[in-house]
Write a protein that binds this ligand. Structure first.
Ligand code: NI
Length: 140
């Protein structure tokens, strides 16, 4: 078993807020992340898949195939968009890095479909100092 990772980037706006909460409570819980007029991040997305090396090609997966899937289903939908308002798979969800990483993982798992590789991890970097890693639902 070998692991291979593709890195992609996107720029997107978001805010952390709950509509049913007052502005004061949102500010108290989410701080400047709940700025009413949004704010943006330069996100980095690392997608790791695992599989066996194909003896003919020497590849686990053609990285162009992986890149095309990530762009089509994830980063093209997020890049220069508003995570709260524009992204189909984030509708009605909190636009936190944690939730975004989980939803990206679930979307990729669906769109990778039946293939020679399995999705292993999504790492989503929001800032230089903050990132999330998600490995899918793990048995306890
Ligand atoms: Ni933010």
């Amino acid at each position: 078993m070998i692991y291979i990772t593709r890195r992609e980037q996107f720029n997107a706006a978001h805010k952390l807020f709950r509509e049913e909460w007052s502005d004061e409570k949102n500010m108290e819980v989410f701080g400047k992340c709940s700025n009413p007029n949004w704010h943006g991040h330069n996100y980095e997305l690392f997608v790791t898949v695992k599989g066996e090396i194909n003896p003919e090609t020497g590849f686990v997966i053609d990285l162009k195939t992986l890149k095309d899937i990530i762009r089509r289903y994830i980063t093209d939908k997020l890049d220069h968009k508003n995570v709260n308002l524009d992204v189909d798979f984030m509708k009605g969800k909190m636009a936190s890095t944690e939730v975004l990483a989980v939803e990206i993982f679930n979307e990729l798992k669906t769109h990778l479909g039946e293939r020679e590789v399995t999705l292993h991890k999504v790492k989503l970097v929001e800032t230089e100092n903050n990132f999330v890693e998600y490995y899918g639902e793990q048995p306890d």
